[in-house]
Design a protein around this ligand. Structure first.
Ligand SMILES: Nc1ncnc2c1ncn2[C@@H]1O[C@H](COP(=O)(O)OP(=O)(O)O)[C@@H](O)[C@H]1O
Ligand SMILES: [Mg+2]
Length: 412
């Protein structure tokens, strides 16, 4: 298939990708260029400070506006640095569901601070977390009333080996993924999912307390109304999102696989076929018996199809990887379009399995202005240094060792 690819000098070329000839893991090999990106804000993180965050006691980093590479052996804390950045953008860890795991062992609190430049303005973001206390987020020294007010201010996309969970795990991972993307551009959606989940757990608790008896009907009715109100809105937004997202995703997948495979994201929801109100009414007896809520948008799924079959069942490792990368690149482009800001891109361990030439190709492309600020982790210092020295992309290189991060190279 044909597509535009931007080369390192920023020149658009009409290009036919022969995937095998370029790379089998095309993180930023492709970018579909419409030149809209030129008026997008290249937001970046200027300074990052970590106190008692995971393995870091007290670390401050001055970052490069374009490319930052963290190099070090396995287990030294490279991924943790990317997670700290993700945390400041999204108010939570990409990896740990439990906040306390982000606090350094044997410490009582952690503090993350980031100085971002967004729309040419400085944004000081601070996150403080004490064990067993509510976490606090501040923007320019002012407390947020609700964390959801912060989500979406600083769009971010993480590409990580852990993404494979989207394919192999249950539907909850995929709902979380959809929720995460939509929440970055629709604040109302995030509020609704939080309200929905709260009412859902209250309703489930009541169903348990009732032990199959059909009493307290009024209270169940109230919960049902609240579920319907938020659930309908979540459903509509998910539907709308998937419709808009699919073509972007399919474009990337097709480009990467040279158009030879057909892919789909299929949104499954009980609400496709029936009104939520009717679903709840009709399932009440069953819900009372099984003591939980059997219908609703908490049962939605996003099925990843390849050639009409769920990729979990037939995809090779290569296809699964391509699928995930396409999802993340589509997410990057999608967020860029809806927010008018180039998201920060966090590439964790994506180069481990590639030869130097491929890493070079990838870095050439992310060096282009179609991408904003990028953070990359790599285990091999020699390989990374050689590549960076050969390339003309300005960057900073950091060595991660003994719970410290040291800047060892910087170009302008
Ligand atoms: N809460 C914590 N307190 C102290 N150390 C932590 C905490 N969470 C993770 N770590 C440490 O972080 C290290 C892993 O960091 P990670 O960023 O995944 O390494 P890398 O990406 O360089 O392989 C491990 O040594 C682990 O013990
Ligand atoms: Mg890692």
């Amino acid at each position: 298939m044909n597509a535009y690819l931007i080369n390192n000098e920023g020149v658009n070329r009409f290009y036919r990708l022969n995937w095998d000839a370029v790379s089998n893991f095309p993180i930023p090999m492709v970018t579909f260029v419409d030149n809209h990106f030129l008026d997008k804000d290249p937001m970046h993180l200027n300074k990052l400070s970590l106190v008692n965050f995971k393995n870091y006691a007290d670390t401050v980093l001055d970052l490069h506006p374009k490319l930052n590479c963290f190099v070090g052996n396995n287990g030294v804390g490279k991924t943790n640095l990317l997670d700290a950045i993700y945390y400041l953008c999204v108010c939570k860890s990409y990896f740990n569901v439990t906040d306390a795991y982000s606090i350094k062992t044997d410490e009582d609190y952690m503090l993350l601070q980031g100085e971002f430049i967004r729309k040419n303005k400085k944004e000081e973001i601070q996150c403080g977390l004490q064990r067993d206390k509510k976490k606090q987020f501040k923007r320019n020294k002012k407390d947020y009333e609700r964390l959801s007010d912060h989500v979406g201010l600083l769009p971010v996309v993480m590409v990580s080996p852990a993404d494979i969970q989207l394919i192999v795990d249950g539907s909850e991972e995929r709902r979380k993924y959809i929720n995460g993307v939509i929440s970055q551009y629709n604040r109302n959606y995030l509020d609704n999912t939080m309200k929905y989940n709260k009412v859902l757990s209250q309703r489930n608790r009541l169903l348990k307390d009732l032990k199959g008896k059909n009493t307290q009907k009024d209270l169940l009715d109230i919960f049902d109304d609240q579920l319907i109100e938020t659930g309908q809105s979540i459903y509509q937004e998910r539907k709308h999102f998937i419709e808009k997202f699919i073509p972007v995703f399919a474009k990337y997948y097709s480009f990467i696989s040279d158009g030879s495979e057909s892919v789909e994201l299929v949104y499954h929801s009980q609400l496709h076929v029936a009104d939520f109100n009717d679903l709840l009414k009709n399932s009440r007896t069953k819900d009372l018996t099984v003591q939980f809520t059997t219908v609703g948008i908490h049962r939605d799924d996003l099925v990843l199809h390849l050639e009409g079959i769920p990729i979990r069942k037939i995809g090779s490792q290569g296809q699964q990887k391509t699928y995930l990368v396409s999802l993340k690149l589509a997410q990057f482009e999608f967020l860029k379009e809806v927010k008018g800001i180039l998201p920060v891109l966090l590439l964790d361990d994506v180069f481990d399995k590639f030869d130097a030439n491929r890493v070079k190709q990838i870095l050439k492309l992310v060096g282009n202005e179609a991408f904003g600020q990028i953070f990359i982790t790599h285990t091999n210092l020699d390989r990374m240094t050689t590549i960076l020295n050969e390339l003309a992309i300005s960057h900073k290189l950091f060595q991660v060792k003994d719970n410290q991060v040291k800047e060892i190279q910087s170009t302008h």
